[in-house]
Design a protein around this ligand. Sequence first.
Ligand SMILES: [Zn+2]
Length: 431
Amino acid sequence: MKRIRIVGGTVIPVTAPGLWYENGHVTVENGRIVSAGPGEGEARPEDEVVDAKGKIVLPGFVNAHGHAAMTLLRGFADDLPLMEWLQNRIWPVENTLTGEEIFWGTQLAILEMISGGTTTFADMYFHMDRVAEAAAEAGIRAVLCRGIIGIGPDAGRQAIEESRAFVRRWHGAEGGRISAMLGPHAPYTCPPEVLRQVAEVSAELDVPVQIHLAETRAEVEEIRARYGRTPVLAVSESGLFERPTLAAHCVHVSDEDLDEMKRWDVRVSHNPGSNLKLGSGVAPLRRMLQKGLVVGLGTDGAASNNNLDMLEEIRLAATLHKGVELDPEAVSADEALALGTRGGASALFLEEGLGTLSPGAPADLVLLDENVPHLIPRYNPVSHVVYAAQSRDVTDVMCAGRWLLRNREPQTLDREKIVYQVRQIVSRFAS
Ligand SMILES: [Zn+2]
């Protein structure tokens, strides 16, 4: 691949708070960042030079929790509590989805995510081979797991076997761009013996685990009634945390829960938009950060958000907790941007450096147009990205050194075809 030197833009490396370079550069070779910093960088005659004047250059966003193909159910059922929404509206339709439908729903999700500057997404769903094919074709980075529901006569056995096959087929595929996790759905759908089994398979295959945890007050009550402890302590008791674990949501967690999570280095995907829309509550992000937990941000599925816009989640992470804590310093713009980039990469146990613009890191980056009314004037580009920018300001997106979006045009996906296919698919849900 050609060496690419992006010059003239305002470079935010997200390696330290308050750090940016006016007229900086990012040089990319073989899918990795060679250098990022002030000035034009070392020039070579063979370089492809990209003019980023009037643009902010920053790491691609990392969407640490979601269910991509749920784009098919965007707006299908709104304004209901989680359990009623899941059991009565979402699950019955989801159960009928075919692999082909999930492929197109995922491509729509990826198209939306790329257009908004996301370069890595996590996904927990089913027909995961089709999800992986969709991600492979799109060129985006993906961390994928087959959701495991451990209730019923089969007690998750089939889902665990499918997960095992999926991990063997896809973990490390596409030059490492696609990786796999195991995805026990939640403590209320996976009893301790299933979680224990998942932990064993996770050790055997050497992949991390992702689980929904402490999302609603109802879940806390249900788990307490069943096992006499909080969801966090019940999952810990099962032995799952002995494996690298990402817990999504963690809205209703006590100090003791957070200490237990810290003890096991359980990482968190904070999903403020989904938690707000489902009326689940607000996760104690500031306390998590104070305790030193690794936190990323996620959109969750499009049926509970209802978009996959990471800039929105970053802004919510920065503003929501100020309001809840009555403290304008609760979560700073720098912290929120770090959560939406390198925080998410760490939460997903991805390689060191991912989510930053630093030498050696995978070349996952975004160019954002500054020449729009809502970003003028500009004193601090981090503040602008977090508090003022909109996802439509994203003009160019690169993942692993390859352009996925150029001048707002998708380079790897066929927008018309995806929209056509999705419209065809969903016509059957309306009836
Ligand atoms: Zn979820």
